[in-house]
Design a binder for this molecule. Sequence first.
Ligand code: FDA
Length: 402
Amino acid sequence: MANQYDVAVIGAGAAGMMCAATAGKRGKRVVLLDHAAKLAEKIRISGGGRCNFTNINAGPANFLSENPHFAKSALSRFTPQDFLAMVKKHRIGFHEKHKGQLFCDDSAEQIIDMLRDECADGGVHWRMPSKVQAVAQNGAGFVLQTDDGEIHAGAVVVATGGLSIPKIGATDFGYRVAKHFGLKLVEPRPALVPLTFDAQEWAPFVPLAGVSLEVDVETGSLKGRNPTGARFREDLLFTHRGLSGPAILQISSFWLPGTSITINLLPEMDLAQTLIEGKGTLKKQLGNLLSQWMPTRLAEGLLQMQGLDPEARIADMKDDTLRKLGRAVNQWTITPNGSEGYRKAEVTRGGVDTHELSQQSMECKNVPGLYFIGETVDVTGWLGGYNFQWAWASGVAAGLAI
Ligand code: FDA
């Protein structure tokens, strides 16, 4: 039957293409469906157009999940080196940028072409654009209702991603299918996302928009609410509405509404101690001194907010005043009022509860033949190529098991 397949993979993103190619190369008759007009937009825009396709150091510790052990099996069976071997086979130039992050030398399009070629090798059938409206069990298999008719398949893989960036095709389809089959969800929320602040509280920082510097950031004021506290050293960027940059994106995945974050704006230095001990030797004015160690605009802004004269000589200043300034710089504690949401979030935290799935195959324990992979699952990587590594690894795990 033309519409009868061994496997229907819904969502031709990173995880879906990898899974379809893997199953197809094992001789399965596979159909890959996506409602988007353009293939794999998220890969195309990733890594600033160069796709940070993996991280050579990726391991289970780089992922968030209600069940931190779940990702271990898939990640250990398809490693960054395995993906790299595929990249090399397709002669795609790449380079390491920062902390193990691997990017294409030229363009993310090369990763899309590579996955399309791998699907061709597996004889994968395409239905695109084709929106899947519903999935239901049908005897020993499944029936998919799509824009252009029914599809019958022995197994269904849901690879429709999370909610991030709805304007390029993100939907809640995966969660709806999960609910339809009675699976539990871990509440989805935006992650790897800029954080925002109350407009009045943020007003003094608005003139700092565009300032960037390396900081330490950690989740603070946990009050027992955030057992998965975290700390990162990365660049921070001031924006008109709040804070962004890799440091904030990283911490946003761990941040819980109502809690604060603590930022060390001078992680290499105890400012109060340096100033107090340097009273005899550091002759410069306070403003000039601070500007040696951080962007001038930030130094000026901080002194203004502290009500301190940038021309004051530190030798004339009270130790208590310098300690207060030190705390403002080394332990800046601030409570976001929210985030920029799915419009700007790189990923969605939460999703299909991993307790519902086999960690070897991604198959639902209670619905044989139904699989969830990639971002729909409650496994969320740090910033830096980890999310694609999860998409590849979970896609291969399902593709080998079906
Ligand atoms: P993905 O979202 O890729 O694919 C889901 C597919 O399902 C889409 O093609 C969608 O059209 C389709 N779909 C949805 N509903 C459907 C329906 N009802 N019927 C049919 N099709 C449907 N990660 C990383 O590791 N390195 C990086 O450099 C970046 N950079 C980056 C930049 C930006 C701006 C964003 C938004 C995200 C990143 N990421 C990233 C994250 C990464 O893109 C993401 O984790 C993976 O694309 C997830 O892969 P999936 O295949 O699970 O979903």
